[in-house]
Design a protein around this ligand. Structure first.
Ligand code: ADP
Length: 680
């Protein structure tokens, strides 16, 4: 049977039962109502009958007086009462003819007629003869006695009827109550049975179904459909659920298999990734190694190129001092200029390679801006003067003087820009201007401008010149030294200082190269703090070289010795150049070809300074320094100035750690070297 039919049956049964119960109660109420009406009616009848009795008493008394005494006045009353009695009895009988015994009534009326006649005949007799007819009196007594008897019987009958009705009504309401309770109980019982039946047919299978589904879902048990299900929908539901679960199980199995396949393939992929990662790691290590090799190569190449260059420039320097003809001096100048250009080129290539290999490490220090810029300009004042250019510096008053930052990098940038300005300006002036940047978010930012009145740069080339190996108007650029690396180096250095850069230029009307740098203002001076090894030295050398050599002859001194210097250098040419410069400056010198020889000489003679090449055969300069410092002999605290073409950060750091006091680069710049030698 379908659930719909079950529900229909339930509703139908409930409706029928409800109607039955309602009908029963309606019927009981009607019966009870009727009984109560009847009981009330008979009470009213009894009351009416009692009133008739009162009139009967009056009648009998007055009739008795009339007939017994011949009193005519009472005869009149008796007749009136008789009339009232007759009327009331007639009305009573017509109302309740069904309930009363009619013959008794008729007899009563008949008796009343007789009494009427007796009254009339007695009163007419009494009026005529003034006598009492005993026969009439006897008849009246009999009639009145019978009348009273009938009345009493009728009254008794009425009382009994009323009481019977009362009892019946009470009994009926009691019965109605009992049967009502019974009907309600029956109704409840029937409802209970219906609920139980429904429970068995619908609820129980549904519970079993839910439990089975719950077990299957939570505990992973096998789904079992309830066995006896009479409701079609529930049985269909359980069958469908079972097939759904089995289908789900199949799907889960398929998914699980799919997942395990995927997991397997993922594992394979992970293994592959790990392998690739390992390969990448290998490649990275290889790249790092290659990078190191490249740095090493650069360092070696720098050394190897600078060493002969040093020799060439030094030789030229010595040659110049040996009295030359004018034409020979011109040749020497040409060779010297070319050497200087080559040195500058080498410096730029080395700088850029260093930046790309090691990145830029800033050496922060407190410095005074004004002297740093002045000294930078001093280094390049000479070529500007040679071209008749006015070189000026303008620092606006609101620019703080005591700053924190890497002043060597700042100097390198300014040097580069001003060198370019000198190169590309034939007449007029070059001005370096410093002011606070307009950037409100960075109060420590300064704006540097290098303004020249040179050839200018066409609009379309202004952006490109900051790239590597970029030169505009190559024929013109070729006439100047450089390969287009200077601005590329500058741009990297400026970025490292946290600034921006750019150029404003108009062809034929000069250029303004500008850049910003974050250089926080310092409150207290730490100016005495000196950075031990200035990486700027090699840049200085690029531009200071010509000056140094041209002024060389002025440095010759004759007089008492300024001190003793041990030159440790394996290259004969470098030995010769260093000896010539130092000896002419008034120092006593001795030369060692390698580290062992130097240690030997040191053990027998006292020196003020050791000029020590870093790349020596046998033990290198750093190792020699370590041996000297750890010897605990009288020479262990001798001042050591390292000399090398290798200016990599790592080399400088190793020198410092080994105990080297100062550092100068190759090729040797006479002025620089003598300055360092003269320092205590
Ligand atoms: P280079 O070493 O060739 O000077 P730079 O990178 O310093 O290389 O400059 C790139 C190019 O930018 C130069 O070749 C030149 O054409 C142009 N340039 C740089 N500075 C100036 C300047 N002040 N006036 C005109 N042109 C300039």
């Amino acid at each position: 049977m379908t659930l719909r039919k079950y529900l229909f049956a339930i509703v139908f049964c409930t409706l029928i039962c409800g109607l039955g119960v309602a009908g029963y109660f309606r019927y009981s109420a009607t019966v009870l109502e009727r009984l109560q009406y009847k009981a009330t009616d008979s009470s009213l009848m009894l009351r009416e009958f009692d009133r008739i009795g009162e009139h009967l008493d009056l009648l009998l008394i007055s009739a008795d007086l009339t007939i017994g005494t011949g009193e005519s006045y009472t005869g009149q009353i008796a007749l009136e009462q008789l009339q009232v009695m007759r009327n009331r009895l007639a009305a009573f009988q017509s109302d309740n003819s069904a309930e009363l015994e009619t013959h008794a009534f008729l007899r009563m009326i008949e008796l009343l007629g007789m009494i009427d006649m007796q009254l009339r005949s007695q009163s007419s007799l009494a009026t005529a003869n003034n006598t009492i007819n005993n026969k009439i009196l006897v008849e009246f007594d009999n009639a009145s006695a019978e009348l009273v008897l009938i009345y009493d019987e009728l009254r008794k009958f009425l009382i009994e009827g009323t009481q019977a009705l009362k009892i019946e009504s009470e009994k009926g309401s009691k019965q109605a109550m009992i049967s009502g309770v019974l009907v309600i109980m029956l109704y409840v019982l029937a409802s209970l049975c219906l609920a139980l039946w429904l429970g068995r047919k619908i609820a129980r299978p549904l519970e079993a179904l839910s439990l089975s589904a719950d077990n299957a879902w939570r505990k992973g048990a096998v789904f079992e459909a309830p066995i006896e299900v009479s409701v079609v929908e529930i049985s269909k539901l359980s069958i469908n659920l079972a097939s759904l679960i089995s289908r789900l199980e199949i799907m889960v199995d398929a998914r699980t298999k799919d997942l395990s396949d995927k997991t397997h393939s993922l594992e394979l992929q992970i293994e592959e990734r790990i392998a690739i990662q390992a390969e990448l790691e290998e490649a990275r290590k290889l790249a790092e190694k290659s990078n190191m090799v490249k740095s090493e190569f650069l360092s070696v190449m720098s050394h190897e190129l600078r060493t002969p260059l040093n020799a060439i420039l030094g030789t030229l320097q010595i040659l110049r001092d040996n009295g030359l003809t004018k034409i020979q001096e011109q040749y020497i100048d040409m060779a010297d200029n070319s050497g200087a250009a080559l040195l500058s080129l080498l410096g730029n290539v080395l700088d850029l390679s260093k930046i790309e290999t090691d990145g830029i490490t800033l050496v922060e220090d407190t410095f005074h801006l004004h002297p740093v810029l002045e000294s930078t300009l001093d280094m390049i004042r000479s070529p500007a003067q040679k071209k008749g250019l006015e070189l000026s510096l303008q620092i606006l008053p609101d620019v703080p003087d005591l700053l924190m930052g890497d002043f060597n990098k700042l100097r390198q940038i300014i040097m580069n820009l001003v060198s370019n300005a000198i190169k590309f300006t034939d007449a007029g002036s070059i001005m370096i201007r410093v002011c606070r940047s307009a950037d409100e978010n960075a109060p420590d930012k300064l704006l540097f401008e290098v303004i020249d009145s040179g050839i200018g740069i066409p609009d379309e080339s202004q952006e490109a010149i900051f790239g590597k190996f970029t030169q505009i108007n190559s024929s013109l650029s070729r006439s100047h030294s450089g390969v287009g690396l200077g601005l590329a180096i500058c741009s990297r250095l400026i970025e490292a200082l946290g600034g921006d850069y750019g150029v404003n230029s108009k062809e034929g009307h000069g250029s303004t190269f500008w850049f910003t740098a974050i250089l926080p203002q310092q409150k207290t001076s730490q100016h005495n703090k000196v950075v031990p090894f200035s990486k700027k030295l090699d840049t200085d050398s690029q531009h200071g070289h010509v000056d140094a050599i041209s002024n060389e002859h002025q440095m010759k001194t004759v007089g008492p010795s300024k001190g003793s210097v041990l030159i440790v250098e394996d290259s004969k040419v470098n030995q010769m150049i260093a000896s010539a410069i130092i000896e002419r400056a008034g120092y006593e010198i001795e030369v060692a070809d390698d580290g062992y020889q130097a240690l030997n000489i040191l053990s027998s003679r006292r020196f003020d300074v050791i000029l020590l090449d870093i790349q020596l055969p046998g033990i290198d300069g750093i190792e020699v320094t370590r041996k000297i410092r750890s010897s605990h002999k009288w020479f262990s605290d001798v001042r050591i100035i390292a000399c090398s073409a290798n200016v990599l950060d790592s080399t400088i750091k190793s020198c410092q750690e080994a105990g080297i006091d100062d550092f100068t680069t190759k090729p040797i710049v006479a002025k620089e070297l003598l300055k360092k030698l003269s320092q205590p």
